[in-house]
Design a protein around this ligand. Sequence first.
Ligand code: SAM
Ligand code: SF4
Ligand code: SF4
Length: 352
Amino acid sequence: MSGNPPLVDSHGRVLRDLRVSITDRCNFRCLYCLPETEAAQNFYRGRWATLPDSKPIARDWVPKQSLLSFEEIVRVVRVCVSRGIEKVRITGGEPLLRQQVERLVGMIAGIEGIRDLALTTNGFAFESKAHALREAGLRRVSFSMDSLDPATFRKMTGREGLASVLRSLQRARSLGFHPLKVNAVVIRGLNDHELESLAAFGEAQDLSFRFIEFMPLDSAHAWQRELVVPGSEILARLQARFSLEPVISENRSETARRWRFASGRGEIGIIAPVSEPFCGHCNRLRLTADGRIRTCLFSVQEHDVRDRMRAGMSDAELSDYLTLLVQGKEDRHHIGEPGFVPPERSMSCIGG
Ligand code: SAM
Ligand code: SF4
Ligand code: SF4
């Protein structure tokens, strides 16, 4: 990091982690993110009579010219790193749909000062891109995989993708990506019967397997609290079945509570933003694919840096603008409180 002051918000939180969404496009239609298949709509409709109007299945992606170019993305990341950002995660939408993603990874990997560069993917296209990504300098990857049952996987993601994701995991292992993380969003009545089998898979495959509470970030705004399986319930179920030892982390801004299997192979993490919020230690900033800075997952306001850069904003001005934005970082989310309004855009646009 250079001698520039770090990005500190008005609650004293120092920002170290930048999530960069490089596309809003996706080849999956996850029920908790882009529930735009008939099956997803039926799942929600079948549960509540008073759902918000279901959105049309076809959707508009951000036009290509509105996306940040690779050079623009790298510029924002570089300025953030000069202000103390150390961790960068490339995400989306599905980041592997962005053409020449490996070139972008190489450009970001070359920024001095990044201590940790990772990518989150649904895994569908990873197998074919893995080698190029590795060569470009990527060392860490997280996969999303909500089920080991092809039918449930299809229900959750809207696609026949399980076999591809499993092959991608093996490919990542054989190329030396480490640690291998897998994320599963848990939804009551959909994949919660698989908690134990997913964890057993994590142990057998020596993975870091993370169970995530469902957050109100779906494009249909159909989230209901009853669908959230609280982290405490997930833990109780897994403790009843496995011998787990807590992993004590020095990193206070870590979102997952972690346990390792007594066998010494693999670990589980529980990410419970709804039932056990961790906003007090949040150190994250987000950049959307169309060049907006978001100071919180649940921000209702976004801040445009694309047009400012295109209008000639200098790096120093961009850095000053970030200082200002970070001052307004939300102290926490308000899920479940009266008047809570979910963000307009879904997780696929925000960048999870
Ligand atoms: N497409 C890639 C993938 O699915 O891994 C990267 C983007 S996706 C938005 C990033 C992460 O957000 C995924 O692990 C996904 O499970 C998670 N996610 C999406 N919608 C969510 C929701 N409503 N609640 C909790 N997690 C969500
Ligand atoms: Fe696509 Fe990822 Fe959202 Fe699923 S969670 S729809 S894979 S962006
Ligand atoms: Fe950070 Fe906002 Fe998520 Fe809380 S809800 S952890 S403040 S991004």
